[in-house]
Ligand binder design. Structure first.
Ligand code: SF4
Length: 424
């Protein structure tokens, strides 16, 4: 039923100039999550600049990512380039014995010259196993948009997961540790388990997978990873995403149904958390209800965020743009959107800007490249990247998530009144 509703929803498909990150950006949060992994981008100086600007201050700490820059002389012959790459990897691993998992990350330049990083990873693995596992994936702008980099990385990990025949729950998608710990406790109280997380905090701790594995996607941008898990026999539990009090309840309910948890037990465990979360959201609802929001495409989180803002905070959705719409994975979310919601997939940025200006939304969710110019035109904006870096999933974080949308509006009001306000 929900799938039928999702399939029937009209979507405006656009192609043209895009204002989005490439998948390399995923390294910024993935390297913090898998603490003994290293990400070696094989790319140009542009790629190195991108990672450095996105990671900001973190480049001054002991880094667990770097770029092997393709020089002009490398382009002379791919054979030499493979030798050069092997040399860089050998040096890196000799210097950093703490690395257990190395990702060779493809970029636009490495793809255009057809450097086979899958082969390089296999070749280098033979040399460095069992001390280090070496894998590859693409984070290039030709193939991936922003969070799809995480999808490509996790999909590359799936064949490495040990096999398991017993029953288990796998939560898929990088979550902040505080969120992971909260979910772990709730599953334990519900009697659901064993529960494991992908990606794990350590490469030594890869979760097993097999026909007894049920998995819950914690993020909406994991199409390839889900497919790879299904190929290993695992089953996806259909659920909304754990954003807001209701999204989190629906997400947990999917696992509870699969584990046949008694409804009374589910109520006893969930009700206090759900109530606390609803109460915390109530004050934001008063502030945000009736406000009109416009989403530019960025992370694929747009549809679940729009559902949360509309159903739990009473906001009006002007347009919900997403770089890619996975109808099956978003079926539960799409069914909860108000009928007639304007959905767009892909981007023609000039046309979308025209629609946004004409609609004059109260708040526009967009990337950094558009935010300041739109602010200068008098529109209030929310930087979408913050929604990826901030812990926003689960009951305890629902009010923080609402706060991310309330803050720019408060700031605008304060500035209009001639006051001083904190940055959004
Ligand atoms: S991978 Fe492509 S889009 Fe990303 S920084 Fe490198 S050249 Fe630019």
């Amino acid at each position: 039923m929900t799938a039928a509703v999702a399939d029937a929803m009209p979507v405006l498909r656009e192609r043209g100039q895009r204002e989005v990150f490439c998948g390399l950006t995923g390294i910024v949060w993935l390297h913090r999550k898998i603490q003994d992994a290293f990400f070696l981008v094989v790319g140009s100086r542009t790629c190195a600049h991108l990672i450095q600007s996105a990671a900001g201050v973190m480049i001054f700490a002991e880094p667990r990512f770097a770029t092997a820059i393709i020089e002009e002389r490398d382009l002379a012959g791919l054979a030499d380039m493979n030798e050069e790459l092997d040399r860089v990897v050998d040096q890196l691993l000799a210097r950093r014995p703490d690395i257990r998992l190395l990702f060779l990350v493809g970029s636009c330049p490495s793809e255009v010259i057809k450097l086979d990083l899958g082969r390089a990873a296999a070749r280098l693995s033979l040399r460095h196993r069992p001390a280090v596992r070496i894998l590859s994936y693409s984070g290039s702008g030709i193939e991936t948009t922003f969070t799809q980099g995480e999808d490509a990385c996790l999909a590359a990990l799936v064949p490495e997961l040990p096999r398991q025949d017993g029953r288990s729950l796998l939560v898929v998608g990088a979550l902040a540790e505080v969120v992971e710990d909260q979910f772990r406790r709730i599953f334990e109280d519900l009697g659901i388990g064993p529960v494991r997380f992908l990606p794990p905090r350590s490469a030594e701790d890869l979760p097993p997978v097999g026909p007894g594995t049920s998995f819950l996607l914690a993020q909406p941008f994991l199409g390839e990873t889900a497919r790879a898990l299904e190929e290993r026999g695992a089953t996806r539990l259909e659920a909304p995403f754990p954003l807001g009090a209701e999204g989190t309840t629906g997400w947990l309910a999917a696992a509870a149904a699969a584990w046949q948890v008694e409804p009374s037990r589910f109520r006893d465990v969930i009700s206090p958390c759900r109530e606390r979360s609803r109460n915390a959201l109530a004050r934001y609802r008063a502030e945000l209800a009736g406000k009109r929001v416009f989403f530019f495409p960025d992370s694929q989180l747009e549809v679940p965020l729009a559902r949360f803002l509309s159903t739990e905070l009473g906001m009006e959705l002007v347009e919900v743009g997403t770089p890619y719409l996975h109808r099956r994975h978003l079926a539960e979310e799409l069914a909860l959107l108000p009928p007639g919601t304007m959905l767009s997939e892909g981007q023609h940025v000039e046309r979308q800007l025209d629609r946004c200006r004409a609609a004059k939304p109260d708040i526009t969710v967009c990337g950094l490249g558009l935010a300041n110019p739109l602010e200068a035109e008098g529109l209030t904006t929310k930087w979408s990247i913050e929604l990826v870096f901030t812990p926003i999933q689960g009951y305890e974080q629902a009010a923080d998530l609402a706060g991310l949308f309330a803050r720019p509006l408060r700031r605008r009001t304060a500035l209009a009144a001639g006051g001083v306000a904190a940055c959004s």
